[in-house]
Design a protein around this ligand. Structure first.
Ligand SMILES: Nc1ncnc2c1ncn2[C@@H]1O[C@H](COP(=O)(O)OP(=O)(O)OP(=O)(O)O)[C@@H](O)[C@H]1O
Length: 428
């Protein structure tokens, strides 16, 4: 199939009428992808735009932008240039930080429902596969880049993923295409460039189809990964279906690999980072912890707790700033550091109130309707409020007397003292 035909087909498969964006770096691959897509759009008109991210990292960065402008004006495609600031201190290395900034810019420019095309090709996929294998990745990593996937309500597609770089070079030459070479692509101190320039040519000298074979293995790994997700979903359903609260007994009944798979799958479902292998082992070793032990295993961006026979997966709870407190009339929207809560709190007799809201300090007691004075700590235990949520609860006081307790994150009342009611229970 010719390259043009491949792009025509990919375009025909995207939802009609919706804008297609091409991520244009100015290199051969994305310059050619845009050229072919513009040609396809001439024959089957639809909105097409190009997006260039100006990282400002190299002295030649303005040259990339100039090239993109020239190409887009020749093709008659509207170009959007987005300057970004790359946060070098983010601990991801320069390449990783540039990638993070680039994707944030993609999400800003490309609207939900629209499609973004990237120009990675088969050789890029083979490199990604080898990099994952050298990190010791499982099937998820070995699967490399997806040819298409949903990403933050947008569609990300790589129509050239099955095409060899040599085919793109030949087509670029045939069309007399101009492009800009990124000098950093030659820097062999970077792992990917070392594979590209030193390792893959050596492999191909012995196995001419090395690139195709490696990217085929990536596709097979992708399929295996999808099957494993189906298995994990079945296990999750059998264990109650809530990825944030897995029953420890049910987990213990699974084989070790299935248990690991399920925890990683639940992290994905919850949008949490997966634990690294060692952290996951540490966590699973704690499943048998004695009743009442407070187990917490954390990793960047997420943590797990074992409490009352369940494994809880969560984002690290945001603490309330020390010393925060607010006055409240019981009527207006309650603005807290953890979000706004639209609630009301009234005296049952309708009298006007002047209230103070502050984090729980410990030792509070509440006079509950029909139950007398109760220790708040005991009450929270009875209500099943997990210990990590207790630190962010807010106690509403009249004078020094606690009259209600609210969870500002789940936007829920937990208790009212006798003589107090909320007339607006719908909280949002
Ligand atoms: N600065 C950028 N602006 C817009 N899109 C970009 C930018 N850098 C990369 N991309 C997109 O991401 C894809 C992969 O990036 P990568 O860095 O591997 O490619 P490249 O070698 O810079 O460029 P090309 O793929 O065009 O030769 C590119 O093909 C392009 O679609």
């Amino acid at each position: 199939m010719s390259l043009q035909c491949r792009i025509d087909r990919a375009l025909a498969a995207t939802p009609p009428g919706r804008c297609v964006w091409v991520a244009l770096s100015g290199g051969l691959d994305s310059s050619l992808l845009l050229t072919l897509t513009a040609e396809a759009c001439r024959r089957h008109p639809r909105p097409l735009r190009a997006l260039h991210i100006h990282h400002g990292l190299q002295s030649g960065a303005d040259g990339f932008e100039r090239h993109c402008r020239r190409l887009c004006s020749r093709l008659g495609v509207p170009l959007f240039v987005k300057p970004v600031t790359v946060d070098r201190a983010a601990g991801q290395g320069l390449e990783g930080a540039a990638r993070t900034a680039r994707y944030a810019a993609f999400a800003e420019r490309v609207a939900p429902g629209e499609t973004l095309w990237l120009a990675q090709h088969r050789n890029d996929q083979a490199e990604t596969f080898l990099l994952a294998a050298l990190r010791g990745s499982g099937v998820r990593g070995l699967a490399g880049m997806a040819a298409c996937r949903d990403w933050r309500a947008r569609r990300l597609e790589r129509p050239l993923l099955g095409v060899a770089r040599s085919t793109l070079e030949a087509e670029g030459g045939r069309q007399g295409l101009a492009w800009v070479e990124d000098p950093s692509n030659d820097d062999q101190s970077l792992d990917r460039n070392f594979l590209r320039h030193a390792v893959l040519p050596l492999l191909a000298s012995r196995w001419p189809h090395a690139g195709a074979a490696l990217s085929h293995s990536a596709a097979l790994a992708g399929e295996a990964d999808a099957l494993l997700a189906e298995l994990a979903e079945l296990d999750l359903e059998r264990l109650g279906g809530d990825p944030a609260r897995l029953p420890v007994g049910g987990l213990e009944a699974l084989s070790d690999p299935r248990r690991r798979l399920l925890v990683r799958y639940c992290c994905d479902r919850l949008g949490l980072a997966r634990p690294a292998a060692q952290r996951l082992e540490t966590l699973l070793a704690q499943l048998g912890a004695r009743e009442g032990a407070e187990v917490r295993v954390a990793w960047p961006g997420a943590e797990a707790r074992i409490w009352r026979g369940r494994l809880h997966l969560l984002a690290p709870p945001e603490p309330l700033p020390a010393g925060w407190q607010a006055e409240w009339d019981g009527r207006s929207c309650l603005s807290t550091p953890l979000g706004e809560v639209r609630v009301s709190l009234d005296r049952a007799d309708g009298a006007a109130v002047r209230l103070k809201v502050a984090p729980r300090q410990g030792g509070e007691r509440l006079r509950l309707p029909g139950r007398g004075r109760r220790d708040l700590k005991r009450l929270l235990q009875e209500l099943g409020v997990p210990p990590w949520e207790r630190g962010r609860l807010l106690v509403v006081r009249e004078g020094d007397v606690p009259v209600a307790v609210i969870d500002p994150v789940n936007k829920a009342w937990l208790a009212f003292a006798e003589g107090w009611v909320s007339r607006r229970e719908s909280l949002e």
